[in-house]
Ligand binder design. Structure first.
Ligand code: HEM
Length: 210
């Protein structure tokens, strides 16, 4: 079958990584926008979170998001195994000397982000579902804890590093970048990385000190 051959090939896996990656990057922008409501005060943030929770489209998207994360993780892992297996191959060895530090460390930064995500969901999603406390209070009280603030800020930098490579690599994998476009994709990727990384960092650091 063409489908299974596509999925089994490196190109197929890279395309799946790219499509799920672009989707996850869009989620991060939406998530950051909702979180920035924290700066407008308790009512504004609580309203934004409950609007997202009640919205039927967002509810459907949550399942797509969870599947996107799972597929991205599984295929990232499979691609890493395949690359490791090809290490004996001369062509691969030549190509690999030209790969960047960012691309070689994607599996490790990806693993750290997964650890962060598990901690993050335990911090927010579970208490929000089962405890009757204001969403705003839950978030700002977490950042009063220096250990959590450190873990979060550290993870945002790791995430930024992962995104910096992931952004341009996704567009290359789906064939949207040529030499000319690559220049702009790299610039946009760099801007996206700083925006997301610092956007999240500012929230954690601000509420730690205030
Ligand atoms: C300052 C930084 C962040 C804050 C304050 C924050 C806050 C939250 C809150 C309050 C929720 C629960 C929403 C609900 O139950 O409706 C949530 C969910 C979630 N967060 Fe974050 N988050 C931050 C950063 C991140 C980052 C960097 C990622 C990804 C790497 C992430 C991924 C998720 C996911 C996947 C969910 C579950 C889906 C959802 O409900 O939207 N978050 N976050």
């Amino acid at each position: 079958m063409i489908h299974s051959r596509f999925i089994k090939s490196s190109i197929g896996k890279k395309t799946i990584m790219a499509v799920t990656g672009i989707f996850l990057m869009s989620f991060l922008l939406l998530h950051l926008s909702v979180n920035l409501c924290l700066f407008y005060g308790e009512e504004s943030f609580n309203n934004a979170v409950s609007f997202m929770r009640r919205n039927i489209l967002v509810k459907i998207l949550e399942y797509v998001l969870a599947s996107g994360f799972i597929i991205h993780i599984i295929f990232g892992f499979l691609l890493h195994i395949r690359n490791n297996k090809s290490k004996g191959n001369i062509d691969y060895a030549i190509k690999n000397t030209t790969s960047s530090f960012g691309s070689r460390t994607m599996i490790y930064t990806g693993f750290l982000i997964l650890c962060f995500l598990i901690i993050h969901l335990m911090n927010f999603m579970i208490p929000m579902k089962y405890k009757h406390v204001s969403d705003y209070v839950l978030v700002i009280s977490l950042f009063k804890n220096p250990i959590y603030t450190f873990i979060y800020v550290f993870s945002f930098f790791v995430l930024g590093f992962h995104l910096n490579h992931g952004f341009q690599s996704s567009f290359q994998s789906i064939g949207l970048s040529n030499k000319k476009r690559l220049f702009w994709i790299r610039k946009l990727g760099f801007f996206y990385f700083w925006f997301v990384c610092f956007g999240f960092c500012i929230i954690a650091i601000w509420f730690f000190f205030h």
